[in-house]
Ligand binder design. Structure first.
Ligand code: GLU
Length: 308
């Protein structure tokens, strides 16, 4: 089977060195293993994603010397795929409608914390687990609120999902010689997470799982910041009868203070490095991708190549 790799950025800002590392690693592995390299634009967040950022992503990746198959899959063009998938999960009774706002959730959590004197559990991203307010709404009430047009999301009924697909696991980290270890997934850490948002007929988790399957991705190579999300992704793959790719969660490129690079923290973007006169070969070398290198992790050259 031909290995299929992908780089899947969201066009909500400019790319930085961390993105460059991930894209280069995927391309390098695809080349080394005689595989395919795909680019996917993850633009389901219509409020934050911009065509100008997508154009900039293409420009930055081309400047780095990357090439990929066309046409590029753009998630905003495939909402019907995600709607269909969500429908399958609803039909199995694994999703329930939720009318809570973020504030409703925060208030409910604060009340529970005050009542118990203990902190309410958080998900791997640090958000409070959903306290279950809408989980047992009578279906007649939920249906009439939906019929009256009340905004709602759809949440995964986590206990029901785990009953349907117990013991999800995946294989993480791989090298050409095939070493990988089996990781038992803990999707319950995410609680009843949102799979269909109020503002769009999908979510990151649902669309990434669908697209990896639709595009035949065999190897998901992405940063350690997404490692916890994989636990949920493998559960969804099981529920939807989709294959589970191999995973590799690579170290993150850090800034000189040891923090993760991020658009919101104002980390220097690739185009700013370019405008400072740094060429693509220097960036590739800095990240460990000179012509003869064989890196699977960010190297520790210079200040910015540290990893954790
Ligand atoms: N679109 C996600 C991001 O930009 C990456 C998704 C993935 O690699 O699974 O963070």
């Amino acid at each position: 089977m031909t290995p299929v790799f992908r780089f899947a950025p969201s066009p909500n800002g400019r790319l930085h060195l961390g993105h460059a590392y991930s894209a280069l690693l995927n391309e390098r592995l695809a080349q080394a293993w005689g595989g395919r390299f795909l680019l996917r634009i993850e633009d389901i967040d219509i409020a934050r994603c911009r065509p100008a950022f997508e154009a900039a992503i293409i420009e930055d990746l081309s400047w780095l010397g990357l090439s990929w198959e066309v046409p590029v899959r753009r998630q905003s063009e495939h909402f019907d795929d995600y709607r269909r998938t969500a429908f399958l999960l609803k039909r199995k009774g694994l999703l329930y409608p939720c009318f809570c706002s973020r504030k409703d959730v925060a208030d409910a959590v604060a009340r529970r914390e005050a009542a118990t004197g203990r902190p309410w559990p958080r998900d791997p991203d640090g958000a409070p687990l959903y306290p279950g307010t809408c989980r047992s709404l009578p279906s007649s009430e939920a249906e009439s609120r939906i019929a009256s047009g009340e905004p709602h999301s759809w949440r995964l009924d986590q206990p029901a999902a785990l009953k349907e697909a117990p013991g999800p696991y995946f294989y993480d980290s791989f090298r050409p010689e095939g070493r990988a270890h089996r990781v038992v997934a803990h999707p319950e850490l995410w609680g009843d997470t949102i799979l269909v948002r109020k503002d769009t007929p999908t979510s990151y988790h649902l669309s990434v799982v669908m697209d990896d399957a639709i595009q035949g991705v065999t190897h998901v190579v992405r940063g350690r910041d997404l490692e916890a999300a994989t636990d949920l992704h493998v559960l969804l793959q099981r529920l939807l009868d989709l294959p589970t790719p191999r995973y590799h969660h690579h170290g993150l490129v850090l800034d000189p203070l040891g923090d993760k690079l991020s658009k919101s923290r104002g980390s220097e973007a690739l185009h700013e490095l370019r405008e400072r006169g740094i060429d693509a070969a220097t960036i590739r070398r800095h990240l460990g991708f000179s012509a003869d290198s064989e890196h699977l992790e960010p190297n520790d050259a210079g200040n910015q190549g540290q990893h954790r």
